[in-house]
Design a protein around this ligand. Structure first.
Ligand SMILES: [Zn+2]
Length: 503
């Protein structure tokens, strides 16, 4: 049976409804579960799958000598899985996934808290604000990016980030911390509006680097630390890139929000796990998960000390579908390969910026040696040069959003299946994939909850219940959405790189 036929037969809709209902009854049957929470923290691992978790878990235990806070969360909290599909696609992107969380209804890919026919939805943090809660957004993406934005504003275009910056000003959250100066800086914005001045006029402290962040006494904060997304943790940690860590931003946000008499809602997003997976960059993925873990530790400690806080964690979708595969006889060399990640002290993003538009093969070899700890052969270096200068990319398959970084990944894949010379991580794609993802709750009153498998929309139910909000956004059927999409004259991508807009 084709998927459309399943939909027509109502099988999928029925299954989704049944799952949701099942989860709800499991929760509501438990006395004391999800009692009203004064504060709510929603912690996002953007684009993280279970293999990412496995790699980070092993690396943390073996190299850093401690288990992940996420492992402690999963072991002592209440966790399960969530389905991630959007209204019309089994593979979601971040705004439709964000909408499912923030509005409780499925939407099509591409817009923020809005249906395909233009009907606006009310996102969870707007509802919380109406209750008098303080609101915070912390992200390593541009702060105007899809996942944070979908919790506070409605916009038909997730990429309208200049406009979203203006919507943030009007919304008036207490804390915005992330990347994206180009959407605030009058010298770069197309309309030349000075969004920094506009925020300052509304009482925000405006900070642009880690020292200003630490020094600020402002009760309301706009912190924008990089032109686009906040650079990867591996580059911050090993290459001296001057931006705050996710934990630092989270530590700055919490006391400001906690000072409010009616409590707060906060989204913390480890956004760049997704980007690293798009690029198939194992060190970028690993270190951004480890950075997320430090931020999760901060948040879990806060919840432990402030038990009237509910913490929800989740990943919006999987990306790239990496796999740590067994190597050697009886997989005896499987661990040795992962440990080679310790030699990787920077990301492809950092390397590509260094290489510029016209690098020599020698420059490529030198940078791979110093940043990735990899000895590249001259012919492999030439492949990288061709990717940068001629747009000849690896791998040459349709499942990739082709770009230079994927080529950098594919020239440094393991070559010896018996004795690892490089990390034994293989990638299936440079795109999002359909897998269910991690989901969990932590805080007072959740200890006896049973979760199992939920639909991602159920997060909205959990959040509204915890905050004592009764609200239902309008539901659109998949058939209605498909009709609307069909009526639009969709333009094909001019170049495959345009596909990267959808992250
Ligand atoms: Zn995402």
């Amino acid at each position: 049976m084709k998927r459309r036929d399943l939909i027509k037969a109502g099988v999928m809709a029925g299954a989704a409804a049944a799952l949701s209902a099942q989860s709800q009854s499991a929760l509501s049957n438990q006395p004391g579960i999800l009692t009203r929470a004064r504060n709510l923290i929603f912690f996002v691992y953007d684009g993280m799958g279970w293999e990412d978790y496995a790699i980070a878990q092993f690396y943390s235990r073996r190299v850093l000598g401690k288990p992940l806070a996420l492992e402690r969360f999963l072991a002592t909290g209440v966790s399960g899985l969530q389905n991630t599909n959007s209204l019309t696609s089994f593979v979601t992107e971040s705004s439709a996934a964000g909408n499912a969380w923030s509005t409780g209804v499925k939407t099509v890919n591409g817009g923020l808290a809005i249906h395909a026919d233009g009907r606006k939805l009310t996102p969870i943090f707007a509802l919380a604000k109406q209750q008098g809660k303080a609101v915070g957004l912390v992200s390593t993406a541009t702060i105007t990016h899809a996942t944070p934005a979908s919790f506070v504003v409605s916009n038909p275009d997730r990429n309208a980030e200049e406009q979203i910056a203006e919507q943030y000003l009007e919304f008036g959250a207490e804390v915005y911390l992330g990347g994206g100066t180009r959407f605030f800086d009058p010298a770069v914005r197309r309309d030349k509006k000075d969004m920094y001045a506009a925020f300052a006029a509304k009482g925000y402290g405006v900070v642009k680097n880690p020292r200003e962040l630490e020094a600020s006494n402002a009760s309301k904060l706009l912190g924008v630390f990089s032109s686009s997304h906040v650079p990867y943790e591996a580059d911050r940690r090993f290459q001296g890139v001057d931006v705050p860590s996710l934990a630092q931003m989270t530590r700055a946000a919490l006391p400001r929000l906690a000072a409010h008499s009616k409590g707060f809602v906060l989204q913390v997003e480890a956004a760049r796990i997704d980007h690293a997976n798009h690029l198939n960059d194992p060190a970028a993925t690993l270190w951004d998960i480890l950075a997320a873990d430090e931020a999760l530790e901060v948040v879990m400690n806060f919840v432990d000390q402030n038990p009237d806080t509910l913490l929800i964690i989740g990943s919006d979708h999987v990306c790239g579908a990496p796999a740590l595969y067994g190597t050697g006889r009886s997989y005896l060399e499987g661990s040795a390969g992962v440990l080679l990640l310790a030699n990787q002290k920077g990301t492809f993003e950092f390397m590509l910026a260094r290489l510029g538009n016209n690098p020599s093969p020698e420059q490529v070899v030198e940078l791979f040696r110093t940043v990735k700890g990899v000895a590249l052969k001259p012919e492999q270096a030439q492949v990288v040069v061709d990717a940068i200068t001629k747009r000849v990319y690896l791998p040459d398959t349709v499942r990739y959003s082709v770009q230079p970084a994927n080529t950098l990944s594919w020239v440094m894949r393991q070559t010896d299946a018996n004795k690892p010379d490089l990390p034994n991580i293989g990638w299936n794609s440079g795109q999002h994939t359909a897998s269910p993802t991690v989901f969990g709750v932590y805080g007072r009153g959740v200890a006896a909850a049973r979760i199992g498998l939920i639909d991602n929309t159920y997060n909205f139910t959990l959040m509204t219940r915890a905050l004592g909000i009764r609200f239902q956004n309008p539901v659109m059927s998949e058939q209605e959405a498909l009709e609307v999409l069909k009526s639009r004259a969709e333009q094909p991508w001019k170049h495959p790189e345009d596909a990267l807009a959808l992250v």
